[in-house]
Design a protein around this ligand. Structure first.
Ligand code: ZN
Length: 364
């Protein structure tokens, strides 16, 4: 585990040469780096070492004696480091919000998916039969019911049983739509069987990621934390489309706007770090210093707001942070007065008046 962590950190340090908050690779290229380089390294041979079932707790009959809590926490922290580095979200942005904005699955569920794909493909193979025999041989008290029960709780036995359950469910589901000979032919084809397995395992982990996301939103609401635009999107919504065509500075501003984590006086964590006690807008001093206030209501920015209105029509907060994110982020970089972006203010993309450069058809 430490070895993977070290290798990923070396990659992240290398990526710093072409991934930054205001320049470098764009959002989609960064996601390709995540999937092609980092996830490939973390998930290598996951079926052999990822002895964990994140879909069930131990009390619900989940795996025992698998990966320790320290190891799973280390994997989650590694995913957090990667997402923070690639999305350039600010400190204290929740990992689950970054995952949704970057359109990736939580790491434990992703590794479970990769490992289960392999286990289901290999189920019934000669290698797996050897493993069955090995588990039997290792049982020193063969015939003793109590110890055989314990052997069934061995992580490999648990995951093997789970793979068996998945394989049986896939067979039942796919058999419905095909005649018996056609199904037998398709099942014998490793490519077709692999496709069915991948589709099914993705559906399983997506379902559990969705439940975890809904739980996160409910806890946020119950604890009366602000619901930012990212919390209004459903899990799995293709939020990536809002970031298409944006420059790196715009994606940094975009993730800040959508997760509500920008250096503005309404951000109590930023205020605490900077010793700011007053949350009023420094421009008009009439309302709380939020992104929505600056974009839609601040009287001190009335003239500048005219540029935004002429580009998008009626100002609507939801549209500004979804389908109009390209022009909204450009306007915010030009007029929010955030220090991080002062080096790119001369860029022609942040000069107003200008029109929309990206058009996204609205999707609920
Ligand atoms: Zn104001």
């Amino acid at each position: 585990m430490h070895f993977v962590q070290r290798k990923v950190r070396v990659d992240l340090a290398n990526f710093d040469r072409f991934v930054a908050g205001t320049w470098g690779a764009n959002y989609i290229q960064r996601r390709d780096l995540y999937k092609g380089k980092l996830l490939a390294k973390i998930g290598y041979a996951a079926a052999a070492w990822f002895l964990h079932d994140p879909t069930k707790t131990e009390l619900e009959g989940g795996i025992r004696w698998g990966l320790t809590k320290v190891a799973t926490h280390m994997l989650e922290q590694l995913q957090r480091e990667i997402l923070k580095s690639l999305t350039r979200a600010r400190a204290f942005t929740p990992s689950i919000a970054m995952e949704n904005e970057f359109h990736v699955l939580p790491i434990l569920l992703k590794l479970h998916q990769l490992a289960m794909n392999h286990r289901c493909r290999q189920y019934g193979s000669a290698d797996y039969k050897l493993l069955d025999e090995a588990l039997e041989i290792k049982d020193p008290y063969r015939g003793c019911t109590q110890d055989r029960k314990e052997m069934a709780m061995h992580p490999y036995a648990h995951l093997r049983a789970l793979a068996g359950l998945h394989v049986r469910t896939i067979r039942e589901e796919e058999q419905h739509s095909l005649s018996e000979p056609a199904f037998a032919e398709s099942w014998a084809d490793p490519k077709k069987r692999g496709e069915w397995i991948k589709k099914f395992n993705f559906r399983v982990v997506f379902h559990h990621a969705n439940i975890a996301y809904k739980l996160y939103l409910n806890l946020r609401m119950l604890s009366r934390q602000p619901m930012h635009p990212t919390h209004k999107a459903d899990f799995g919504d293709h939020i990536l489309q809002y970031y298409v065509g944006l420059k790196p500075a715009q994606t940094t501003m975009g993730i800040g706007l959508r997760t509500g984590n920008l250096p503005l006086k309404s951000n109590w964590q930023w205020c605490q770090m900077n010793g700011i006690t007053d949350n009023r807008c420094p421009l008009c001093e009439k309302a709380v210093h939020t992104a929505e206030h600056l974009l839609c209501h601040c009287t001190a920015l009335e003239t500048e707001r005219g540029f935004l209105r002429s580009a998008v029509g009626r100002l609507d907060w939801h549209s500004l942070v979804t389908k109009d994110l390209e022009i909204t982020t450009a306007w915010a970089i030009a007029f929010f007065g955030i220090d991080q972006f002062k080096w790119c203010l001369d860029d022609k993309d942040f000069q107003f008046p200008r029109g929309r450069r990206v058009h996204i058809s609205f999707r609920n």
